[in-house]
Design a protein around this ligand. Sequence first.
Ligand code: THG
Length: 362
Amino acid sequence: MYSITASRRVRRTPFTAGVEAAGVKGYTVYNHMLLPTRFGHDFVDDYHHLKRHVQVWDVSCERQVSIKGPDTARLMTMLSPRDLSRMADDQCYYIPLIDRDGGMLNDPVAVRHDANHYWLSLADGDFLQYALGVADALGLDVTIDEPEVSPLAVQGPKADDLMARVFGDAVREIKFFRYKKLVFEGRPLIVARSGWSKQGGFEIYLDDPQLGMPLWNRLFAAGEDLHVRAGCPNLIERVEGGLLSFGNDMTRENTPYEAGLTRFVNSSADYLGKAGLAARPARKSIRAIAIDGEIPPCDRLWHVYAGGARVGQVTSAAYSPDFGVNAAIGMVARSHWDAGSKIEVETQDGMRNAVVQDKFWI
Ligand code: THG
């Protein structure tokens, strides 16, 4: 296999030294930054550990786009089809961001500091440039930049116990997609109950790179008896949970409806993509798919067929040990999107029979 070469352009993070000392086995690049993909001897090893214990994830690549200033609310309202009008100052929202045709540009977690300051915790993509363009075209009074903020996720069933040892019992009171500012070495940090797994846990938004390794080391020292390990978003677990990967499972080609994010399209405002989106009723949609037989790594788009005609695609797939099935995320045309529909998936190792599911596994 090959390795990834870091550089100024493929950025290291405040935790990279810890990640390397923990024996990282694979990296990908996300928002021009290193993102670990594996620590154990295979994905299954990382998967079982995540579901049983607690892991610390360097997700610094979830870069923040900070939008600040008197016109922040106006810009946020223009960019997303999600109703932000009732969002509280300690709240996080998962929001689709769309272009004028309703095509998805990103699906960040929005973190609200106050009415005039948000962070968009981005998925892979250069959304900052689009936001700048919109703000300048509309003459909005906002400052848009990428602050020195690096999220560190603590995920797994023992996440509450580990976090309480480092940040105090206050962490236990944080509700889902809410945050508290909790002090580490004299510095208040945003600690949210969120993260890209279904195992529960937190994300710490570290805004001082100097504290990166002290925070990393403290979590590992505090969690020895909890079997804490370095980890990373796990392909198997996130496919079981139906957590979407922007750029893989949906792209600008797709609307939020097609991406299965209809519940986050509820703004009554005249956001930029409103008319475009209304003109594009979903003819295909995200589905959980169970694939028969043995499957190779899903490192490319797999076409989906029925009766010889193309009816969709599979974009993420992995064997799930807990459910004893090849779990997959795909997009399927209306004609075959009902649960129980039989389809065929073309992998690089050949055609496989598959069945559309009514829901994801967790
Ligand atoms: N946390 C933070 N930033 C992120 C991610 C994250 N940026 C990149 C990427 N992940 C953005 N994409 C997602 C996708 C799904 C979720 C969060 C970010 C998610 N979804 C939950 C679900 O679908 O069950 C909950 C959604 C809800 O109900 O609000 O968590 O993980 N900081």
